[in-house]
Design a protein around this ligand. Structure first.
Ligand code: GRF
Length: 198
């Protein structure tokens, strides 16, 4: 079982999706610790509901305590599931190839910011979606593992569109963790080859 550490700052719905798949025996990994920089965020309740240890990190960029905590729990894969801070270069380098992120747009469109859904709506795109990618020092620019498209509907507002994107995220992220845990991901330059996928 691949030991997974999750960094999250907000609602925690992606953490919930991971833990639900774990409960069903379908994650291929085990979430052993959740790290948050926001101890008041709803994600804290999600961790507690599933009895996963949660630690608040004092340094949200991961320069001091985050790696120590992750290593202390034996973490092999780090998942950024709605983590709202840019991590320090040293942290990213240390976990490179072993850290993935979920982003609410079809990268490289609308990367680099905190309002990808709002930005996609404002731009007037007809489709957006979500992306799971390896984390590199260039924000939202690492090799793409998987993407799912979501159409923008004429009466969409940010909340409605974000909700439909989240529903896709809840499938995409656990699938990516499972593929990683099963050793089916190979990075070849910018491309990620997923063994067993069409
Ligand atoms: C998701 O939309 C994810 O793509 C982005 O932050 C949001 C987190 O949502 N990085 P939640 O906290 O998992 O509900």
């Amino acid at each position: 079982m691949t030991k997974v550490g999750v960094l999250a700052s907000g609602r925690g719905s992606n953490l919930g999706a991971l833990l639900e798949q774990q409960r069903l025996g379908a994650l291929g990994g085990e979430v052993v610790v959740v790290l948050t920089n926001r101890p008041d965020a709803p994600v804290v309740e999600v961790a507690s509901k599933y009895d996963v240890p949660l630690c608040t990190i004092a340094d949200p960029r991961g320069q001091t305590d985050a790696s120590v905590l992750l290593k202390g729990h034996g973490v092999e894969l780090v998942v950024l599931a709605g983590y709202d801070r840019i991590l320090a270069s040293e942290f990213v380098r240390e976990w490179e190839g072993r850290m993935i992120n979920i982003h609410p747009s079809l990268l490289p469109a609308f990367g680099g910011g905190l309002h990808a859904v709002r930005d996609a709506l404002a731009y007037g795109v007809k489709a957006t979606g979500c992306t799971v990618h390896f984390v590199t020092e260039d924000v939202d620019a690492g090799p793409i593992i998987s993407q799912a498209a979501v159409p923008v509907l004429p009466d969409d507002d940010e909340a409605r569109l974000a909700k439909r994107i989240r529903e896709k995220e809840h499938q995409l992220l656990p699938e990516a963790v499972r593929a990683y845990a099963e050793g089916r991901l190979t990075v070849v330059g910018r491309r990620v080859v997923i063994e067993g996928s069409a």
